[in-house]
Design a protein around this ligand. Sequence first.
Ligand SMILES: O=c1ccn([C@H]2C[C@H](O)[C@@H](COP(=O)(O)OP(=O)(O)OP(=O)(O)O)O2)c(=O)[nH]1
Ligand SMILES: [Mg+2]
Length: 153
Amino acid sequence: MTTAIRIALKRLPHGSDLPLPAYATAGAVGMDVVAAEALTLAPGARAAVATGFAIAIPAGYEVQVRPRSGLALKHGITCLNTPGTIDEDYRGEVKVILANLGDEPFQIARGDRIAQLVPAAVQRADMIEVDALDGTARGSGGFGSTGTSGLAG
Ligand SMILES: O=c1ccn([C@H]2C[C@H](O)[C@@H](COP(=O)(O)OP(=O)(O)OP(=O)(O)O)O2)c(=O)[nH]1
Ligand SMILES: [Mg+2]
């Protein structure tokens, strides 16, 4: 795949024995991250789940916290704020905000893989205030203005 950036990772005391985030396959995009605590998520419940580590991301990057599709499909477990954003200047514990959208309580054991981390380059912007915007064919149309069918007409 592409070249890897370096992210400094500090294990916290309650994560000292856990595996570090890691790619499950040679071509995986996300590094699987495990829970540093056990908990049960009731249907409709949410929780910020500890990972047991903190990171320092290089300038110009973020780390996205994304759900795992297997947990989503089989159990209705997702990251409520997906994709979660880890700022480059954040030095607290990385947490995974899990939500149970399924019908059954979901048990998470310490060490279970609960989400995946994807580093990404960030483009910053300056907002330049103007009196008028350039015109386009779309104009202010949005939110379904182009229709729902893939067929012509
Ligand atoms: O899934 C997540 C999302 C966020 N964070 C941490 C790292 C991130 O840098 C910080 C702030 O996240 P965000 O900007 O999304 O939340 P906010 O509600 O805007 O909080 P803040 O005012 O602290 O920026 O919280 C996590 O550990 N996991
Ligand atoms: Mg914020």
